[in-house]
Design a protein. Sequence first.
Lengths: 787, 262
Amino acid sequence: MPKDGGIGASSKRREDLRFLTGKGKYTDDMNIHGQAYAYFIRSDVAHGTINSIDTSAAEAMPGVEKVFTATDFEGVGGVPCGWQVTDRFGEAMQEPKHPVLAEGKVRHVGDPIAVVVADSLAEARDAAEAVEIDITELEPVLNMKDALKDGATKVHDDLTSNLCYDWGFVEENRDAVDAAIKGAHHVTTLELKNNRLVANPMEPRVAVADYDDSTQEHTLYTTSQNPHVIRLLMGAFVLGIPEHKLRVVAPDVGGGFGAKIYHYAEEAFCTFAAKAVGRPVKWTSSRSEAFMSDAHGRDHVTKIELAMDENGKFLALRTDTHANMGAYLSTFAPSIPTWLHGTLMAGNYTTPLIYVNVKAVFTNTVPVDAYRGAGRPEATFQLERVVDKAAREMGIDPVELRRRNFITEFPYATPVAVEYDTGDYHATMDKLLEMSDHAGFEARAAESKANGKLRGFGIAHYIEACGIAPSNLVGQLGARAGLYESATVRVNATGSISVMTGSHSHGQGHETSFAQVVADMIGIDEQQIDIVHGDTSKTPMGMGTYGSRSIAVGGSAMVRATEKIINKAKKIAAHLMEASEGDIELKDGAFTVAGTDKSVAWGDVTLAAYVPHNYPLEDMEPGLEETAFYDPANFTYPSGAYGCEVEVDPETGKVTVLGFSAADDFGNIINPMIVEGQVHGGLAQGIGQALVENCAYDENGQLLSGSYMDYTMPRADDLPMFNVDHSSITPCTHNPLGVKGCGEAGAIGSPPALVNAVVDALQRAGHDVTHIDMPLTPDRVWSAMNS
Amino acid sequence: MYDFEIQKPGSIADAVSAMSGDDAQALGGGQTLIPTLKQRLASPSTLVSLAGLSEMVGICKDDAGRLCIGGATTHAAVAADGSYAGLSGLASHIGDPAVRNRGTIGGSLANNDPSACYPAAALGSGATIVTNAREIAADDYFLGMFETALNEGEIITEVKFPIPEKSNYQKFVQPASRFALVGVFVAKYADGVRVAVTGASESGVHRWTAAEEALNANFSADAIAGLDAPSGDGMINDLHGSGDYRAHLVKVMTGRAVAAAS
Ligand SMILES: Cc1cc2nc3c(=O)[nH]c(=O)nc-3n(C[C@H](O)[C@H](O)[C@H](O)COP(=O)(O)OP(=O)(O)OC[C@H]3O[C@@H](n4cnc5c(N)ncnc54)[C@H](O)[C@@H]3O)c2cc1C
């Protein structure tokens, strides 16, 4: 029965009232009296040497405060990278400096060279046109394989090559995997690309910085998924501002999808410039700037080989990936193709031997970092594509081949270092086949055929690792940060509660679902609880929101803090009722003494905590406020079966997605409606990647898809009605809520399902097409059919 | 955007004289021009707004039965008119409601974007482009991508479309912009069939004469099926489709337009 509150209820998203009525307060809504405007002059060539920059004419123009160039940042650090990967020879990755403004060279279209700060944006833009910049163009480095050839032009002259690292995982398995592949009954090989994407949150990035010279305090309002991380990275590594003098606020944020995790040059610039010019400085990205300065996603080129015995049992898997880093290392970039990708290569299968090789490469393109799913979509795509191809080559039904190899015993230690705690892959597969009416497919295919169309059905079964992550583990893997989460639960005198969380909501609905958890634990109305996030001066040090970690890690911290509250409240209740603490029970917002009719209400206990007239002051402090930091014991492992049904128009190659079903196991569910919304959004992005989205550069390193005229976002009419289910539940065993996380699943499982469906449609019609690279544009599908 | 003056003339005559100023530019619905200004890709000193000129807004029929559309008439008005089904159908699929409620036929034809829809209708109908100075036959008007026969300062005041017996426009959208990757307008008149293709060619909107000949002999989709697709040489080759693919689509869309013509 549906609940009307607490855990499991589809409570309406309380934040939507302000979002939908225009009352949200986004960073661009922050205007500080006397603020100046920053306009960034960006490179319009991919690679070049800066010979000279003449700012004198611009500085003389009306309204101009100052024109900044790299020389103003000589005493300042570069934009740091937060993860150091060690290569397969035990050496640290090559890590180039990422200056706030270009020093001597420009390395991608969009690389910032100079910034005009002026009274108005129009004056800043006018002056920007008067800045004279002389650049000698250099050959751009674009193709990853060419970039690694001897004698290739280097993106960074001070590095030995364009190779960031050559990573092998698990290196000790390398030879064993080679041998197993050599001796196998059958090996299926697939070469594929994971297309580069632009995240495109609805709200572009914005930074507004203020400096108070009477207190030496800096304040930065920024569009961030993790304000504390920005405070730490920018304060400690770039500008040298101690934390107590730096407040970072990420107010309402209009979508992130990963692109707002990172510390960007523009944030450091505005913070620095506000002090330098003695007035607040604001920068608002245009959409065109977003395309060339927000970190991009994906961009892998992969060869994968799957070895099987005669029954289709997987024996070994080898993958070889080139991962594009772009021109500089974005905050978490090195970790994405390695620890968030290689560790997922077992998928849902018992493959005993796995070897993953990743070469990360610098090119003259926008830096690449995590984008919804981050590494896991790349892993899932290649694995679920190769399994599908293997099924065809072996003449085994793709569902059956997957089932033969499913992991069924948990906990399961994979050969790629992670241990899955729970899962039931047959259950999600069963559910999917039922939801998608798999049995009725042939009849539907016949109907399509009669209409001159080709119908296909594709499946993908994914695993992901969420709830990132045990701090000691990620520290060993090269993270330069911990990945715990924090919460402070502040109970007010009359019983209402403010929860300060280190998680950050930028569309996920935390203000609703987090309140449901605390309400459920105490047994009071959700409306009694407010969730506070996004301000380093209000919340305890937290690591923010990405990697589907918020409920699993942030929620767990909140549970722990609430448990502390309940423990203390029980002591107060015991005192008030003159009972023993062990006999106190909390239910529906009232404390009772077991076996009696004695009871005190939640509000009476909270009042006693703050008006401690009748209170055990000798044993306990007054007040009711507790903080907890939660460091997870393991990742969580959501999984699910996705099915996509498509129709291909053989005359034009156009693919229509007719149906999409998703059977997920997210563990326990806090708010089913929000979970379904997250899956819908993820599916839209995954289908977007597979069908339409493509960030492309031309041979000169110019962005071909630098606006919505050429970069295709998925729209409602590109998508079918989604059929989603999350009733297969194997609760996470190591966090208090038994939750796994649901934010990225949709984007992880859907691309291979869609491509498998299109290949199925073409093969059923007799076309010998085994793979088409994403996005499956009409041109590409038609060309594949006619080549 | 750079600074500019805006003028709102009350008559075509006033508009013409306003256009004679230095760096003056006509402003129709602004759906193309305003984004261009925002990007600082144009810097007119004066914009002469035509949208409020009642002389240039509206749809009627002349004595010859031609549909006469004022140069500042919006796509939405043409879509709603319905007396020339193929044309109204085309207008109803331009952009989104906001674009259709602002964008004008004069602006679209003056701009002559190689992927725009109206040029296919005008050329496919053998329309007459009427300006403040003269009348220009569609066959003489379109000179290539973004190029037309208009002189500096010349204003499209009206477009006259002979109404065909049957017509249809098939647009295969470029998925990002949703302009035409390939659009084909087919119109069957008593004196012959016209087939105009947009989106495909590096030289802009053009007629596919081989298809016209085939359809003059036999107005049916089969007549198109029997043709070779036009050559992919000279067709636009970009992120969204190769020249060969576009050439292939020209044939497919022509066949579909003929089949759907009413
Ligand atoms: C999101 C979006 C989607 C679109 N999709 C499509 C589509 O699918 N198909 C399509 O065909 N178009 C599409 N368009 C373009 C749209 O139709 C424009 O309205 C049209 O191209 C320009 O018309 P306008 O009245 O807005 O002209 P403006 O933008 O005002 O002007 C365009 C040019 O024409 C000149 N001009 C304007 N009026 C006249 C006149 N009467 N005489 C002489 N010169 C004049 C101007 O000086 C300028 O150079 C789209 C536009 C947008 C923004």
